[in-house]
Design a protein around this ligand. Structure first.
Ligand SMILES: [Zn+2]
Length: 156
């Protein structure tokens, strides 16, 4: 074989589908992607048929999904929609809090999150007057900057 190779040097061979050089035992194509491409080029009808089947399978899957939804009770679908709404809102609230357009006002729950404390702690701070209690109707709000200031005065 070695002698044969010396007498018949291997010429550089290229992939039939792209300019890549073939290596080792590769015969016509350089990769599985190019093998697929070559097959599509050489067998256009079979490729079209395969594509058609793929589309049909996708259509079938979609139809099955829709039939599952229509089999669910209306209440369950409503409940699912509400759940999804809730999740999306939560996600967007998180994004809003992280962005620059933060509200200067915190609800009591948000204040507990910021302080990493229980609700009782915020209630105590409010009733001791260490944090001012702002009201929007029946809702209690805390000023974010006052809370920041309070934390800074608590430095050890
Ligand atoms: Zn190739």
């Amino acid at each position: 074989m070695a002698r044969y190779r010396r007498m018949h040097p291997v010429e550089l061979r290229h992939c039939s589908e792209c300019p890549a050089q073939l290596e080792g035992r590769q015969r016509a194509v350089c990769s599985s992607t190019c093998r697929e491409r070559r097959w599509r080029r050489l067998h256009p009808e079979a490729a079209a048929e395969k594509q058609r089947r793929k589309r049909a399978r996708r259509r079938e899957r979609r139809a099955r999904g829709e039939s599952i939804l229509s089999a669910l009770s209306a209440e369950l679908v409503t409940a699912l929609e509400e759940l999804v709404d809730e999740r999306v809102n939560d996600r967007f609230e998180g994004v809003a809090a992280a962005s620059d357009s933060v509200s200067p006002w915190l609800s009591v729950v948000e204040a507990t999150e910021l302080l990493r404390c229980k609700r009782q702690r915020v209630d105590d701070l409010l009733s001791q007057g260490r944090l001012a209690r702002y009201k929007d109707g029946s809702r209690t709000l805390v000023s974010r900057s006052e809370l920041d200031k309070y934390l800074r005065t608590q430095r050890g």
